[in-house]
Design a protein around this ligand. Structure first.
Ligand SMILES: Cc1cc2nc3c(=O)[nH]c(=O)nc-3n(C[C@H](O)[C@H](O)[C@H](O)COP(=O)(O)O)c2cc1C
Length: 562
Protein backbone atom coordinates (compact mmCIF):
# COMPACT_ATOMS: atom_id res chain seq x y z
CA UNK A 1 0.00 0.00 0.00
CA UNK A 2 2.77 2.40 0.96
CA UNK A 3 4.71 1.45 -2.13
CA UNK A 4 1.62 1.83 -4.21
CA UNK A 5 1.20 5.39 -3.01
CA UNK A 6 4.89 6.08 -3.46
CA UNK A 7 4.85 5.19 -7.13
CA UNK A 8 1.54 6.71 -7.99
CA UNK A 9 1.63 9.99 -9.84
CA UNK A 10 -0.45 12.85 -8.52
CA UNK A 11 -4.12 12.37 -9.31
CA UNK A 12 -6.40 15.05 -10.59
CA UNK A 13 -9.60 15.76 -8.63
CA UNK A 14 -11.71 14.34 -11.48
CA UNK A 15 -9.87 11.04 -11.42
CA UNK A 16 -9.96 10.85 -7.64
CA UNK A 17 -13.71 11.33 -7.70
CA UNK A 18 -14.33 8.77 -10.40
CA UNK A 19 -12.19 6.25 -8.52
CA UNK A 20 -14.19 6.92 -5.41
CA UNK A 21 -17.32 5.97 -7.33
CA UNK A 22 -15.72 2.74 -8.50
CA UNK A 23 -15.25 4.03 -12.03
CA UNK A 24 -11.66 3.39 -13.02
CA UNK A 25 -11.91 2.71 -16.73
CA UNK A 26 -14.00 3.51 -19.78
CA UNK A 27 -15.60 0.05 -19.52
CA UNK A 28 -16.73 0.92 -16.00
CA UNK A 29 -18.50 3.95 -17.44
CA UNK A 30 -20.03 1.81 -20.15
CA UNK A 31 -21.35 -0.62 -17.56
CA UNK A 32 -22.66 2.18 -15.41
CA UNK A 33 -24.49 3.69 -18.38
CA UNK A 34 -26.05 0.33 -19.22
CA UNK A 35 -27.31 0.05 -15.65
CA UNK A 36 -28.79 3.50 -15.50
CA UNK A 37 -29.86 4.75 -18.94
CA UNK A 38 -32.94 3.89 -20.96
CA UNK A 39 -32.40 0.72 -23.00
CA UNK A 40 -33.08 2.37 -26.36
CA UNK A 41 -30.50 5.05 -25.55
CA UNK A 42 -28.02 2.37 -24.52
CA UNK A 43 -28.60 0.59 -27.83
CA UNK A 44 -28.22 3.84 -29.73
CA UNK A 45 -24.91 4.69 -28.05
CA UNK A 46 -23.31 1.25 -28.01
CA UNK A 47 -24.68 -0.31 -31.15
CA UNK A 48 -23.01 -0.94 -34.47
CA UNK A 49 -24.03 -1.87 -37.99
CA UNK A 50 -25.76 -5.20 -38.64
CA UNK A 51 -23.87 -8.08 -36.98
CA UNK A 52 -21.51 -5.62 -35.27
CA UNK A 53 -18.51 -7.53 -36.50
CA UNK A 54 -16.57 -4.30 -37.07
CA UNK A 55 -17.31 -3.09 -33.56
CA UNK A 56 -15.79 -6.29 -32.20
CA UNK A 57 -12.85 -6.06 -34.56
CA UNK A 58 -12.07 -2.50 -33.52
CA UNK A 59 -11.40 -3.81 -30.01
CA UNK A 60 -9.74 -7.06 -31.06
CA UNK A 61 -7.35 -5.31 -33.45
CA UNK A 62 -6.03 -3.04 -30.70
CA UNK A 63 -5.64 -6.08 -28.46
CA UNK A 64 -3.50 -7.82 -31.06
CA UNK A 65 -0.89 -5.08 -30.84
CA UNK A 66 1.87 -5.34 -28.26
CA UNK A 67 3.78 -2.39 -26.85
CA UNK A 68 7.57 -2.74 -26.94
CA UNK A 69 9.04 -0.57 -24.22
CA UNK A 70 12.53 0.93 -24.16
CA UNK A 71 14.30 1.48 -20.87
CA UNK A 72 16.73 4.04 -19.46
CA UNK A 73 15.65 6.66 -21.93
CA UNK A 74 16.67 9.62 -19.78
CA UNK A 75 13.13 10.98 -19.65
CA UNK A 76 13.69 14.26 -17.90
CA UNK A 77 11.32 17.05 -17.07
CA UNK A 78 10.28 17.57 -20.67
CA UNK A 79 7.13 15.52 -20.49
CA UNK A 80 4.26 16.63 -22.60
CA UNK A 81 1.20 15.41 -24.40
CA UNK A 82 0.91 18.61 -26.37
CA UNK A 83 0.16 18.34 -30.06
CA UNK A 84 -0.31 20.91 -32.81
CA UNK A 85 -2.94 20.40 -35.45
CA UNK A 86 -3.71 22.90 -38.25
CA UNK A 87 -1.70 25.52 -36.44
CA UNK A 88 -3.53 25.17 -33.14
CA UNK A 89 -1.95 23.63 -30.09
CA UNK A 90 -3.96 21.12 -28.08
CA UNK A 91 -3.07 19.89 -24.63
CA UNK A 92 -3.40 16.23 -25.47
CA UNK A 93 -3.84 14.22 -28.66
CA UNK A 94 -7.27 12.78 -27.74
CA UNK A 95 -10.24 14.67 -29.16
CA UNK A 96 -14.00 14.12 -29.01
CA UNK A 97 -15.53 12.66 -32.17
CA UNK A 98 -18.83 13.90 -33.61
CA UNK A 99 -21.81 12.12 -32.09
CA UNK A 100 -25.36 12.94 -33.11
CA UNK A 101 -28.12 13.89 -30.68
CA UNK A 102 -26.13 13.98 -27.46
CA UNK A 103 -29.08 15.33 -25.49
CA UNK A 104 -30.41 11.78 -25.59
CA UNK A 105 -27.60 10.80 -23.24
CA UNK A 106 -27.76 13.87 -21.01
CA UNK A 107 -29.92 17.03 -20.98
CA UNK A 108 -26.84 19.24 -21.36
CA UNK A 109 -25.71 17.17 -24.35
CA UNK A 110 -23.19 18.86 -26.65
CA UNK A 111 -22.72 21.81 -24.29
CA UNK A 112 -21.49 19.53 -21.52
CA UNK A 113 -19.25 17.70 -23.95
CA UNK A 114 -17.74 20.93 -25.33
CA UNK A 115 -17.13 22.27 -21.81
CA UNK A 116 -15.24 19.11 -20.91
CA UNK A 117 -13.20 19.47 -24.11
CA UNK A 118 -12.38 23.05 -23.15
CA UNK A 119 -11.23 21.93 -19.68
CA UNK A 120 -8.83 19.48 -21.27
CA UNK A 121 -7.83 21.69 -24.19
CA UNK A 122 -8.83 19.14 -26.81
CA UNK A 123 -10.90 19.52 -30.00
CA UNK A 124 -14.60 18.91 -29.78
CA UNK A 125 -16.25 17.96 -33.05
CA UNK A 126 -19.89 19.01 -33.27
CA UNK A 127 -22.04 16.71 -35.38
CA UNK A 128 -24.27 18.33 -37.98
CA UNK A 129 -26.97 16.17 -36.40
CA UNK A 130 -26.39 17.73 -33.00
CA UNK A 131 -29.21 18.37 -30.58
CA UNK A 132 -27.73 21.80 -29.82
CA UNK A 133 -27.36 24.14 -32.77
CA UNK A 134 -24.10 25.59 -34.04
CA UNK A 135 -24.95 29.05 -32.72
CA UNK A 136 -26.24 27.88 -29.35
CA UNK A 137 -23.09 25.88 -28.75
CA UNK A 138 -20.81 28.72 -29.78
CA UNK A 139 -22.62 31.06 -27.45
CA UNK A 140 -22.63 28.64 -24.51
CA UNK A 141 -19.00 27.54 -24.85
CA UNK A 142 -17.22 30.24 -26.82
CA UNK A 143 -13.69 29.26 -25.92
CA UNK A 144 -13.86 25.53 -26.61
CA UNK A 145 -11.73 24.41 -29.57
CA UNK A 146 -14.55 23.43 -31.91
CA UNK A 147 -14.59 21.63 -35.23
CA UNK A 148 -17.75 21.04 -37.25
CA UNK A 149 -18.70 17.73 -38.86
CA UNK A 150 -20.98 17.79 -41.86
CA UNK A 151 -21.96 15.85 -44.96
CA UNK A 152 -22.05 17.19 -48.47
CA UNK A 153 -25.81 17.00 -48.82
CA UNK A 154 -27.80 16.63 -52.02
CA UNK A 155 -28.85 20.21 -51.51
CA UNK A 156 -25.62 22.16 -51.92
CA UNK A 157 -27.26 25.37 -50.84
CA UNK A 158 -28.09 23.77 -47.52
CA UNK A 159 -24.52 22.48 -47.19
CA UNK A 160 -23.04 25.88 -47.95
CA UNK A 161 -25.36 27.50 -45.47
CA UNK A 162 -24.10 25.15 -42.73
CA UNK A 163 -20.51 25.98 -43.65
CA UNK A 164 -21.19 29.70 -43.36
CA UNK A 165 -22.81 29.23 -39.98
CA UNK A 166 -19.83 27.24 -38.72
CA UNK A 167 -17.42 29.87 -40.00
CA UNK A 168 -19.39 32.64 -38.37
CA UNK A 169 -19.47 30.74 -35.07
CA UNK A 170 -15.67 30.49 -35.20
CA UNK A 171 -15.34 26.75 -35.64
CA UNK A 172 -11.72 25.87 -36.48
CA UNK A 173 -12.08 23.08 -39.02
CA UNK A 174 -14.63 21.21 -41.09
CA UNK A 175 -14.82 17.44 -40.83
CA UNK A 176 -16.61 16.00 -43.81
CA UNK A 177 -17.88 12.51 -43.28
CA UNK A 178 -17.48 10.39 -46.43
CA UNK A 179 -18.41 6.92 -45.23
CA UNK A 180 -22.12 7.60 -45.11
CA UNK A 181 -23.66 7.36 -48.55
CA UNK A 182 -26.62 5.91 -46.67
CA UNK A 183 -27.48 5.47 -42.99
CA UNK A 184 -25.90 2.40 -41.37
CA UNK A 185 -28.19 -0.54 -40.61
CA UNK A 186 -28.66 -1.09 -36.91
CA UNK A 187 -30.34 -4.30 -35.83
CA UNK A 188 -30.59 -3.23 -32.23
CA UNK A 189 -32.34 -0.05 -33.30
CA UNK A 190 -34.81 -2.09 -35.32
CA UNK A 191 -35.49 -4.31 -32.32
CA UNK A 192 -35.69 -1.43 -29.94
CA UNK A 193 -36.52 1.66 -31.98
CA UNK A 194 -35.34 4.97 -30.69
CA UNK A 195 -38.14 7.46 -30.30
CA UNK A 196 -36.90 11.00 -30.04
CA UNK A 197 -38.34 12.87 -27.10
CA UNK A 198 -40.09 16.08 -28.18
CA UNK A 199 -37.24 18.21 -26.85
CA UNK A 200 -34.50 16.39 -28.72
CA UNK A 201 -34.06 17.11 -32.39
CA UNK A 202 -31.46 17.94 -35.02
CA UNK A 203 -31.22 21.53 -33.89
CA UNK A 204 -29.33 22.79 -36.92
CA UNK A 205 -32.35 22.13 -39.10
CA UNK A 206 -35.02 23.61 -36.90
CA UNK A 207 -36.48 27.00 -37.79
CA UNK A 208 -36.56 29.88 -35.35
CA UNK A 209 -34.18 30.60 -32.62
CA UNK A 210 -30.77 29.21 -33.02
CA UNK A 211 -31.13 26.83 -35.88
CA UNK A 212 -32.60 29.32 -38.26
CA UNK A 213 -29.63 31.64 -38.44
CA UNK A 214 -29.42 32.34 -42.12
CA UNK A 215 -30.98 29.05 -43.11
CA UNK A 216 -34.26 29.06 -44.91
CA UNK A 217 -33.84 25.33 -45.38
CA UNK A 218 -34.77 24.51 -41.83
CA UNK A 219 -37.45 21.99 -40.95
CA UNK A 220 -39.60 21.46 -37.94
CA UNK A 221 -40.70 18.47 -35.87
CA UNK A 222 -38.00 16.19 -34.52
CA UNK A 223 -38.70 12.82 -36.17
CA UNK A 224 -39.33 14.27 -39.61
CA UNK A 225 -36.19 16.38 -39.30
CA UNK A 226 -34.12 13.23 -38.92
CA UNK A 227 -35.86 11.67 -41.92
CA UNK A 228 -35.29 14.83 -43.91
CA UNK A 229 -31.58 14.88 -43.05
CA UNK A 230 -31.24 11.21 -43.93
CA UNK A 231 -32.92 11.87 -47.26
CA UNK A 232 -30.24 14.47 -47.93
CA UNK A 233 -27.43 11.90 -47.85
CA UNK A 234 -26.08 11.60 -51.36
CA UNK A 235 -24.67 8.30 -52.63
CA UNK A 236 -23.80 9.79 -55.99
CA UNK A 237 -21.01 11.95 -54.56
CA UNK A 238 -17.51 11.79 -55.96
CA UNK A 239 -14.29 13.56 -55.01
CA UNK A 240 -15.45 16.65 -56.86
CA UNK A 241 -17.77 17.21 -53.88
CA UNK A 242 -14.72 17.54 -51.64
CA UNK A 243 -13.10 19.93 -54.11
CA UNK A 244 -16.30 21.94 -54.15
CA UNK A 245 -16.36 22.07 -50.34
CA UNK A 246 -12.75 23.22 -50.25
CA UNK A 247 -13.52 25.89 -52.81
CA UNK A 248 -16.22 27.51 -50.70
CA UNK A 249 -14.35 27.75 -47.40
CA UNK A 250 -11.02 28.80 -46.02
CA UNK A 251 -11.32 26.44 -43.05
CA UNK A 252 -9.17 23.30 -43.07
CA UNK A 253 -11.12 20.40 -44.54
CA UNK A 254 -10.68 17.00 -42.91
CA UNK A 255 -12.10 13.88 -44.54
CA UNK A 256 -13.50 11.37 -42.06
CA UNK A 257 -14.08 7.72 -42.90
CA UNK A 258 -11.04 6.73 -44.92
CA UNK A 259 -10.21 3.02 -44.70
CA UNK A 260 -8.22 2.51 -47.78
CA UNK A 261 -4.85 3.68 -49.00
CA UNK A 262 -6.16 4.34 -52.50
CA UNK A 263 -8.69 6.77 -51.07
CA UNK A 264 -6.04 8.28 -48.83
CA UNK A 265 -3.85 8.93 -51.85
CA UNK A 266 -6.68 10.59 -53.71
CA UNK A 267 -7.53 12.69 -50.66
CA UNK A 268 -3.91 13.85 -50.52
CA UNK A 269 -3.96 14.67 -54.22
CA UNK A 270 -7.21 16.56 -53.87
CA UNK A 271 -5.42 18.59 -51.23
CA UNK A 272 -7.47 17.99 -48.10
CA UNK A 273 -5.79 19.15 -44.93
CA UNK A 274 -6.37 16.05 -42.89
CA UNK A 275 -8.01 12.68 -42.86
CA UNK A 276 -9.51 10.57 -40.14
CA UNK A 277 -9.05 6.85 -40.52
CA UNK A 278 -12.39 5.66 -39.25
CA UNK A 279 -15.15 3.13 -39.68
CA UNK A 280 -17.46 5.34 -37.60
CA UNK A 281 -17.01 3.00 -34.68
CA UNK A 282 -18.42 0.12 -36.74
CA UNK A 283 -21.73 1.92 -37.23
CA UNK A 284 -21.69 2.15 -41.01
CA UNK A 285 -20.33 -0.81 -42.96
CA UNK A 286 -20.38 -4.13 -41.16
CA UNK A 287 -17.21 -6.15 -41.86
CA UNK A 288 -15.22 -3.04 -42.67
CA UNK A 289 -11.70 -3.46 -41.32
CA UNK A 290 -10.69 -2.11 -37.95
CA UNK A 291 -9.36 1.42 -38.32
CA UNK A 292 -6.14 0.66 -36.44
CA UNK A 293 -5.49 -2.22 -38.79
CA UNK A 294 -5.44 -0.06 -41.91
CA UNK A 295 -3.67 2.86 -40.27
CA UNK A 296 -0.17 1.62 -41.22
CA UNK A 297 -0.96 1.39 -44.93
CA UNK A 298 -2.54 4.83 -44.92
CA UNK A 299 0.29 6.50 -43.02
CA UNK A 300 2.67 4.75 -45.37
CA UNK A 301 0.75 5.96 -48.41
CA UNK A 302 0.39 9.63 -47.61
CA UNK A 303 3.50 10.23 -45.53
CA UNK A 304 3.63 13.81 -44.37
CA UNK A 305 1.38 15.19 -47.10
CA UNK A 306 -1.74 15.05 -44.94
CA UNK A 307 -2.37 14.96 -41.22
CA UNK A 308 -3.61 11.48 -40.42
CA UNK A 309 -5.87 10.97 -37.43
CA UNK A 310 -7.86 7.97 -36.22
CA UNK A 311 -11.01 7.04 -34.41
CA UNK A 312 -12.95 3.79 -33.87
CA UNK A 313 -12.31 1.57 -30.91
CA UNK A 314 -10.15 3.87 -28.79
CA UNK A 315 -11.15 3.21 -25.20
CA UNK A 316 -7.85 3.02 -23.32
CA UNK A 317 -4.68 5.06 -23.07
CA UNK A 318 -2.80 2.15 -24.57
CA UNK A 319 -5.02 2.30 -27.67
CA UNK A 320 -4.13 5.95 -28.13
CA UNK A 321 -0.47 5.13 -27.62
CA UNK A 322 -0.54 2.45 -30.31
CA UNK A 323 -2.26 4.66 -32.89
CA UNK A 324 0.04 7.59 -32.18
CA UNK A 325 3.11 5.36 -32.37
CA UNK A 326 2.04 4.01 -35.75
CA UNK A 327 1.70 7.54 -37.07
CA UNK A 328 -1.64 9.13 -36.17
CA UNK A 329 -1.35 12.78 -35.20
CA UNK A 330 -4.36 12.55 -32.94
CA UNK A 331 -7.08 10.10 -31.95
CA UNK A 332 -10.76 10.72 -31.27
CA UNK A 333 -13.21 9.00 -28.97
CA UNK A 334 -16.92 8.65 -29.68
CA UNK A 335 -18.55 6.17 -27.35
CA UNK A 336 -16.07 6.60 -24.49
CA UNK A 337 -17.03 10.27 -24.18
CA UNK A 338 -20.74 9.50 -24.54
CA UNK A 339 -20.56 6.96 -21.70
CA UNK A 340 -19.04 9.65 -19.49
CA UNK A 341 -21.72 12.11 -20.59
CA UNK A 342 -24.53 9.67 -19.86
CA UNK A 343 -23.18 8.79 -16.41
CA UNK A 344 -22.34 12.23 -15.12
CA UNK A 345 -22.71 15.01 -17.71
CA UNK A 346 -19.74 17.34 -18.16
CA UNK A 347 -18.06 15.88 -15.09
CA UNK A 348 -18.40 12.37 -16.48
CA UNK A 349 -16.76 13.37 -19.76
CA UNK A 350 -13.95 15.03 -17.84
CA UNK A 351 -13.46 11.91 -15.79
CA UNK A 352 -13.27 9.79 -18.92
CA UNK A 353 -10.80 12.19 -20.54
CA UNK A 354 -8.78 12.15 -17.35
CA UNK A 355 -8.70 8.37 -17.31
CA UNK A 356 -7.50 8.30 -20.92
CA UNK A 357 -4.92 11.01 -20.27
CA UNK A 358 -3.57 9.30 -17.16
CA UNK A 359 -3.40 5.97 -18.97
CA UNK A 360 -1.64 7.50 -21.96
CA UNK A 361 0.88 9.31 -19.77
CA UNK A 362 1.59 6.19 -17.78
CA UNK A 363 1.96 4.10 -20.94
CA UNK A 364 4.35 6.60 -22.45
CA UNK A 365 6.51 6.78 -19.36
CA UNK A 366 6.67 3.03 -18.96
CA UNK A 367 7.46 2.60 -22.64
CA UNK A 368 10.32 5.09 -22.38
CA UNK A 369 8.69 8.09 -24.04
CA UNK A 370 8.60 11.56 -22.54
CA UNK A 371 6.84 13.40 -25.36
CA UNK A 372 4.76 12.41 -28.35
CA UNK A 373 7.78 12.96 -30.56
CA UNK A 374 9.44 10.03 -28.81
CA UNK A 375 6.79 7.57 -30.01
CA UNK A 376 7.88 5.51 -32.98
CA UNK A 377 6.44 2.53 -34.83
CA UNK A 378 9.14 0.44 -33.15
CA UNK A 379 7.21 0.84 -29.91
CA UNK A 380 4.44 -1.36 -31.29
CA UNK A 381 4.44 -4.79 -32.85
CA UNK A 382 1.88 -7.33 -33.84
CA UNK A 383 1.49 -10.25 -31.47
CA UNK A 384 2.46 -12.66 -34.24
CA UNK A 385 5.91 -11.16 -34.29
CA UNK A 386 6.29 -11.90 -30.63
CA UNK A 387 4.45 -15.17 -30.16
CA UNK A 388 5.16 -16.88 -33.47
CA UNK A 389 8.85 -16.26 -33.93
CA UNK A 390 9.07 -19.19 -36.35
CA UNK A 391 6.95 -17.20 -38.76
CA UNK A 392 9.15 -14.18 -38.40
CA UNK A 393 12.31 -16.28 -38.73
CA UNK A 394 11.29 -17.87 -42.00
CA UNK A 395 13.46 -16.15 -44.62
CA UNK A 396 10.59 -16.21 -47.06
CA UNK A 397 8.50 -14.29 -44.62
CA UNK A 398 11.17 -12.12 -43.16
CA UNK A 399 9.75 -9.06 -44.74
CA UNK A 400 6.64 -9.42 -42.62
CA UNK A 401 8.63 -8.79 -39.49
CA UNK A 402 8.10 -5.26 -38.36
CA UNK A 403 7.55 -4.14 -41.91
CA UNK A 404 3.85 -3.89 -41.47
CA UNK A 405 4.05 -0.99 -39.07
CA UNK A 406 7.08 0.83 -40.30
CA UNK A 407 6.26 3.42 -42.79
CA UNK A 408 8.67 5.14 -45.08
CA UNK A 409 8.11 8.09 -42.85
CA UNK A 410 10.36 6.49 -40.30
CA UNK A 411 12.78 4.29 -42.17
CA UNK A 412 13.59 3.18 -45.63
CA UNK A 413 12.03 0.02 -46.92
CA UNK A 414 14.28 -2.97 -46.78
CA UNK A 415 13.82 -5.52 -49.46
CA UNK A 416 14.81 -9.13 -49.12
CA UNK A 417 16.54 -10.50 -52.13
CA UNK A 418 14.57 -13.72 -52.03
CA UNK A 419 11.25 -12.10 -51.40
CA UNK A 420 9.50 -10.04 -53.95
CA UNK A 421 7.30 -7.50 -52.31
CA UNK A 422 4.36 -5.70 -53.71
CA UNK A 423 4.91 -2.06 -53.23
CA UNK A 424 3.74 1.31 -54.39
CA UNK A 425 4.01 0.57 -58.08
CA UNK A 426 2.09 -2.64 -57.79
CA UNK A 427 -0.64 -0.98 -55.89
CA UNK A 428 -0.84 1.86 -58.32
CA UNK A 429 -0.89 -0.66 -61.05
CA UNK A 430 -3.67 -2.51 -59.40
CA UNK A 431 -5.62 0.70 -59.19
CA UNK A 432 -4.96 1.20 -62.84
CA UNK A 433 -6.60 -1.82 -64.15
CA UNK A 434 -5.57 -5.31 -63.25
CA UNK A 435 -2.87 -7.51 -61.95
CA UNK A 436 -2.64 -11.20 -62.42
CA UNK A 437 -0.83 -12.44 -59.35
CA UNK A 438 -2.04 -10.69 -56.33
CA UNK A 439 -2.53 -11.44 -52.73
CA UNK A 440 -0.49 -14.59 -52.81
CA UNK A 441 1.72 -15.54 -49.96
CA UNK A 442 4.72 -17.73 -49.36
CA UNK A 443 4.76 -21.49 -49.74
CA UNK A 444 3.77 -23.70 -46.80
CA UNK A 445 0.65 -21.69 -46.48
CA UNK A 446 -2.21 -23.96 -47.31
CA UNK A 447 -4.52 -21.31 -48.55
CA UNK A 448 -4.30 -18.49 -50.91
CA UNK A 449 -6.59 -15.57 -50.61
CA UNK A 450 -7.06 -13.35 -53.57
CA UNK A 451 -9.15 -10.29 -53.29
CA UNK A 452 -10.47 -8.88 -56.46
CA UNK A 453 -13.18 -6.60 -57.57
CA UNK A 454 -14.43 -7.60 -60.94
CA UNK A 455 -16.27 -5.25 -63.17
CA UNK A 456 -17.21 -7.10 -66.28
CA UNK A 457 -18.57 -4.39 -68.44
CA UNK A 458 -15.90 -1.73 -68.03
CA UNK A 459 -13.24 -2.08 -70.68
CA UNK A 460 -9.88 -2.12 -68.98
CA UNK A 461 -8.03 -0.79 -71.94
CA UNK A 462 -9.82 2.50 -71.44
CA UNK A 463 -8.51 2.73 -67.93
CA UNK A 464 -10.64 3.39 -64.91
CA UNK A 465 -13.64 5.61 -65.26
CA UNK A 466 -12.84 7.71 -62.26
CA UNK A 467 -10.83 10.86 -63.06
CA UNK A 468 -9.08 10.79 -59.69
CA UNK A 469 -7.64 7.37 -60.37
CA UNK A 470 -6.60 8.44 -63.86
CA UNK A 471 -4.81 11.32 -62.26
CA UNK A 472 -2.93 8.93 -60.02
CA UNK A 473 -1.95 6.79 -62.95
CA UNK A 474 -0.12 9.49 -64.76
CA UNK A 475 2.52 9.21 -62.07
CA UNK A 476 3.58 5.61 -62.39
CA UNK A 477 4.84 3.39 -65.10
CA UNK A 478 2.96 0.09 -64.97
CA UNK A 479 5.07 -3.00 -64.71
CA UNK A 480 2.68 -5.85 -64.19
CA UNK A 481 0.72 -7.81 -66.79
CA UNK A 482 -2.85 -6.69 -67.19
CA UNK A 483 -5.71 -9.04 -67.63
CA UNK A 484 -9.10 -7.75 -68.48
CA UNK A 485 -11.68 -7.81 -67.08
CA UNK A 486 -10.17 -7.17 -63.63
CA UNK A 487 -9.99 -3.71 -62.28
CA UNK A 488 -9.61 -2.13 -58.89
CA UNK A 489 -7.70 -5.23 -57.96
CA UNK A 490 -6.27 -5.39 -54.55
CA UNK A 491 -6.48 -2.28 -52.53
CA UNK A 492 -5.04 -4.41 -49.85
CA UNK A 493 -3.70 -7.79 -50.65
CA UNK A 494 -4.17 -10.86 -48.55
CA UNK A 495 -7.28 -9.65 -46.85
CA UNK A 496 -8.62 -12.13 -44.32
CA UNK A 497 -11.73 -13.84 -45.46
CA UNK A 498 -14.89 -11.87 -45.47
CA UNK A 499 -13.54 -8.39 -44.82
CA UNK A 500 -14.92 -5.78 -47.18
CA UNK A 501 -12.66 -2.92 -48.11
CA UNK A 502 -14.67 0.21 -48.24
CA UNK A 503 -13.99 2.19 -51.35
CA UNK A 504 -14.92 5.47 -49.83
CA UNK A 505 -17.12 7.84 -51.67
CA UNK A 506 -17.29 5.79 -54.79
CA UNK A 507 -14.17 6.11 -56.84
CA UNK A 508 -16.39 4.87 -59.59
CA UNK A 509 -19.40 7.02 -59.13
CA UNK A 510 -22.59 5.32 -58.15
CA UNK A 511 -25.77 6.60 -59.65
CA UNK A 512 -28.77 6.01 -57.52
CA UNK A 513 -28.82 2.77 -55.60
CA UNK A 514 -25.32 2.79 -54.31
CA UNK A 515 -24.24 0.67 -51.41
CA UNK A 516 -22.17 1.62 -48.42
CA UNK A 517 -19.12 -0.21 -49.74
CA UNK A 518 -18.85 2.20 -52.62
CA UNK A 519 -19.90 -0.37 -55.21
CA UNK A 520 -22.53 0.51 -57.75
CA UNK A 521 -25.68 -1.52 -57.55
CA UNK A 522 -26.20 -4.46 -59.87
CA UNK A 523 -28.80 -2.47 -61.74
CA UNK A 524 -26.37 0.23 -62.79
CA UNK A 525 -23.19 -1.60 -63.53
CA UNK A 526 -23.64 -5.26 -64.11
CA UNK A 527 -21.16 -6.64 -61.67
CA UNK A 528 -18.93 -4.92 -59.26
CA UNK A 529 -18.42 -7.77 -56.95
CA UNK A 530 -15.91 -8.82 -54.43
CA UNK A 531 -14.50 -12.19 -55.25
CA UNK A 532 -12.45 -14.17 -52.82
CA UNK A 533 -10.62 -17.15 -54.22
CA UNK A 534 -8.82 -19.72 -52.17
CA UNK A 535 -6.43 -22.07 -53.91
CA UNK A 536 -3.35 -24.06 -53.17
CA UNK A 537 -0.36 -22.27 -54.48
CA UNK A 538 3.31 -22.37 -54.77
CA UNK A 539 5.72 -19.56 -54.13
CA UNK A 540 4.48 -16.34 -55.54
CA UNK A 541 4.82 -12.75 -54.73
CA UNK A 542 4.53 -11.56 -51.19
CA UNK A 543 2.87 -8.41 -50.07
CA UNK A 544 4.70 -7.15 -47.06
CA UNK A 545 3.32 -4.07 -45.48
CA UNK A 546 -0.08 -5.15 -44.39
CA UNK A 547 -0.93 -6.16 -40.89
CA UNK A 548 -3.31 -8.69 -42.36
CA UNK A 549 -0.35 -10.65 -43.61
CA UNK A 550 0.74 -11.15 -40.07
CA UNK A 551 -2.64 -12.38 -39.01
CA UNK A 552 -2.82 -14.66 -42.01
CA UNK A 553 0.69 -15.80 -41.17
CA UNK A 554 -0.47 -16.70 -37.73
CA UNK A 555 -3.26 -18.87 -39.14
CA UNK A 556 -0.84 -20.38 -41.59
CA UNK A 557 1.62 -21.15 -38.86
CA UNK A 558 -1.06 -22.91 -36.89
CA UNK A 559 -2.18 -25.05 -39.78
CA UNK A 560 1.44 -25.76 -40.72
CA UNK A 561 2.28 -26.95 -37.20
CA UNK A 562 -0.79 -29.16 -37.10
C1 LIG B 1 -24.10 7.37 -30.90
C2 LIG B 1 -23.16 7.77 -31.99
C3 LIG B 1 -23.53 8.74 -32.92
C4 LIG B 1 -22.64 9.12 -33.92
N1 LIG B 1 -23.00 10.12 -34.77
C5 LIG B 1 -22.11 10.54 -35.70
C6 LIG B 1 -22.42 11.65 -36.53
O1 LIG B 1 -23.45 12.28 -36.42
N2 LIG B 1 -21.51 12.00 -37.46
C7 LIG B 1 -20.31 11.34 -37.60
O2 LIG B 1 -19.53 11.70 -38.48
N3 LIG B 1 -20.00 10.30 -36.82
C8 LIG B 1 -20.86 9.90 -35.87
N4 LIG B 1 -20.53 8.86 -35.05
C9 LIG B 1 -19.23 8.18 -35.21
C10 LIG B 1 -18.19 8.88 -34.38
O3 LIG B 1 -17.90 10.14 -34.89
C11 LIG B 1 -16.88 8.09 -34.35
O4 LIG B 1 -16.45 7.85 -35.67
C12 LIG B 1 -17.00 6.76 -33.63
O5 LIG B 1 -17.85 6.87 -32.53
C13 LIG B 1 -15.63 6.32 -33.18
O6 LIG B 1 -15.66 5.06 -32.62
P1 LIG B 1 -15.77 4.79 -31.04
O7 LIG B 1 -17.18 5.05 -30.66
O8 LIG B 1 -15.39 3.37 -30.91
O9 LIG B 1 -14.81 5.74 -30.37
C14 LIG B 1 -21.38 8.49 -34.02
C15 LIG B 1 -21.02 7.53 -33.07
C16 LIG B 1 -21.87 7.19 -32.07
C17 LIG B 1 -21.43 6.16 -31.06
Amino acid sequence: MVLDQFFRTKRSPALTESLRCGLASVSDYERRMCDTADSSVVDYCRGGAASERTVTQNRAAFDRLIIRPRCLQRIGGSRSLEVTSFGISYRMPIGIAPVALQCLAHPEGEKAMARAARTFGVPFVLSVLSSVSIEELAEAVPRAPKWFQLYVFKDRELTECLVRRAEKARFRALVVCVDTPAPGLSRSERRNPLTLPAKVTCANFVPNGNGSNGSNKAKSCSASVLDYVRSQLDPSLGWDAIRWLMSITSLPVIVKGILNRADALIAADVGVHGLIVSNSGGRQLDYAPAAIEVLPEIVHAVGNRVEVMLDSGVSQGTDAFKALAIGARMVFVGRAAVYGLAVNGQRGVEEVLDILKTELESTMLNAGCGTLADLTPQHVCHEVQLYYPAVAADPLRRSWRGESFRSDRYRSRDRQSNTETFDEETLQDAERGGVEHVGTRAENVSERVTFQQRSVDTPISDGPACPEVKHLLTKVAPTVVHHPPYRNVPLQLSVPRGIFRSNTNNLTKCNGNATTSGCPSEGNVKTARTVINRKDFSSRRVKSHSMHNLIAAENAERSYNN
